[in-house]
Design a protein around this ligand. Sequence first.
Ligand code: TYD
Ligand code: MG
Length: 451
Amino acid sequence: MAKDKQIFYCSECGFEAGKWMGQCPSCKAWNSFTEHKVTGKALRNGWAGERPKAVRISEVTSAEESRIKTDIGELDRVLGGGIVPGSLVLIGGAPGIGKSTLLLEMCRNLTGKNVKTLYISGEESLQQIRMRGERIGISGSELLLLSDNSFENAEEVIRSAEAQVVIVDSIQTMETENLPAAPGTVSQVREITARLMVLANQLKTSIFVVGHVTKEGTVAGPRTLEHMVDSVIYFEGDNTNGFRLLRAEKNRFGSTDEIGVFNMTDHGLEEVVNPSELFLSGRPRGASGSVVVSMEEGTRAVLVELQALCCDSSFNMPRRTAVGVDYNRVNLLIAVLEKRGGISLSGADCYVNIAGGLRVSDPSADLGIICAIASSFRDRAVPEGFVIIGEIGLAGEIRGIRSALRRVKEAVKMGYTDILLPASNRSRELDELTGVRLHYVSSIQEALALI
Ligand code: TYD
Ligand code: MG
């Protein structure tokens, strides 16, 4: 038998080291290393079965056709078009956000299509799962349930059940006998994930693993597993409203730009087919500092409200706060606005916020940010019906953006009549659109004069 080995893990980020360290070199947390004894047996079970041989790429069959659709459109899109057989997907999110609900809804759809599905819960009893199932209308189905914390038993059930899709809810509650550590510790979570990976590969079963993340990141969480699995999907939102965003952080089988939008109701999660409507609901009419910008989320353009508030500062150094947009970008845009737009903000605090808890990383929101700040500073509202799109350069020039046509079409669909666009995006397709006035601008002076 191999000699016992000592491994130290950072309990914050899962960094692995051969010796104890005071500060984690990866996440810089202090005093976060804990020791784990790894026995020879647990070190790695290796790949059982035959050893793979090299094959020609042309002989490899594409997994594209064999994807299993979950029939939850938003989930399918985030997964890249459905579940890939033999993949391991991690669904992360804060406790209570709706991960179990989403996966159970997926199970309902899959069993409805005669896809054999197994749901393993280490958190809830069978009765609790059934009760939740009744709320989302699953009780009569063929879904297989297992409520157990022992991973060895779960592994056996997975091997014998011959299910096409398996859900393990959650990784933190599963425990393997091979390791002395408590469930939820980094070593347990990693060992179990590694063994699930082997199972998914050998049985060609798609496995979904649920992982809880806390805001502080103190629990040994999914962050440590991101590199081990095929796809990492985060389910986000705050508990104050029902909106939930599904976002792929990593996806070996699709794009990571897609988001899925859901609304939590009394009978489970509902897909939000028209996110623009959702993010613009409750927008104040005629208020200064509020503008509508367009963001690109994968293959969709989504309209969101961007708000700015400028007020006299009582500090020597005025405050700048950005929520949902990049802080440094806002500072840069404020500098451009001061220098090229002739507005002095050195005595004003500025707050910029995206409504609805979204994050915009797209530079096409630049012009919107500038217009919102200027509008709030002058306390003059941007006229109704405007959508503002454009990237800004340091000289105050407005640069072209991607997918102008798709964004304009979305704005027209949502009933907007006026669109501020970079002059370089002018095209024949755009000019042919009817029912919308396109205002092409090439500098921020022009844009500010217009609104
Ligand atoms: P859950 O899926 O248990 O969260 P997670 O698995 O991520 O911890 O979701 C629990 C929350 O969802 C809980 O606060 C109740 C709410 N909920 C509804 O509002 N409606 C429903 O139909 C269901 C099933 C849950
Ligand atoms: Mg749960």
